[in-house]
Ligand binder design. Sequence first.
Ligand SMILES: [Zn+2]
Length: 361
Amino acid sequence: MTSSAYFAADYQEARGKFLDAAKSAGMAVTSHPHPGKGPDGGALAMDVAVAGDAACPNALICVSATHGVEGFCGSGAMVGLMREGIVAERPEDTAVVLVHAHNPHGFAHLRRTNEDNIDLNRNFVDHARGHPANPDYAEVHPWLVPDDWDGPARAAADTAIAGYIAAHGEAAYQRVVSMGQYSHADGLFYGGVAPSWSNENWRAVLREHGANRKRLCVIDYHTGLGTRGYGEIQFERGPEDPEFLRAQQWCDGQVTSPEDGTSSSAAVTGYMAVAAAEEAPKPERTCIAIEYGTLPWETVLAAVRADNWLYAKGDVNAPLGREIKRAIRDAFYGDDDQWKADVFDRAVEVTRWSFKGLADG
Ligand SMILES: [Zn+2]
């Protein structure tokens, strides 16, 4: 059996494979039902499979589909980790917690964002204290979401974007678009104005399975940035941070940071690991993401922009809508045997590193 068998064609198949593998591995599963439905009318949930119990001093928590459509990757990796006995390799004092579909609505509907167009990795801010400013976003927003996708409004918008890049540079354009914004609910990389369903349920998982440990490792699976098939191990803060240094030690010096320019990701505010520090302040924490490359950044951003336009102004059932859905799936899911094998092999490597790190400290 190749690792391709662990990966699915849609959310419902992914969920079925995950639940079957968890059962075969003897893991206890708790499901958090989501109030929404899939495009097929099917139920949605965040499913949590656990090996080991509350008495284990250490825990590894793996998370998939923080960015919905990226969930094909993390789901396939987790199914393989259970099917090939990697979860069973856990040290006796380490529990393993697999979170299937942090953002099930986005996974099922092939969206990076959730049911309210929120990018979960911009949603973990203190909403009561006001939101991080991104004042230049208002200028580019109407160009990102033109009135039509294949007519004069789109053409004018593309001309305006080219002009903005010519005046300010490509890097400045990428920053203003992707750093996160809290002012335009129908825009790109929108962080929301309140904690989302996924945010609250992820916090509940952390309180239940993370807060009382001695050591806690979180691995969040992502796709869409970097070299196709390579799993870059990312840390969200700077290279002087003790958590970063510990992750480096665990992971053979392969961890990147946006603050020293080694990461394929820009620095962002409100990412999901913030919740680990807030809900599980006691354990020594090591929170990383694995970011697997798919297609070139320009192609990925174009797919995200198109899908956001579809959400705001298009028709998902029209031919253009179906074309946009195919493109966003391809942008975040390398649906071929080599990519899946690369994803799984790296997942095994990083899981084993985390087991050793948790055991050794
Ligand atoms: Zn992502």
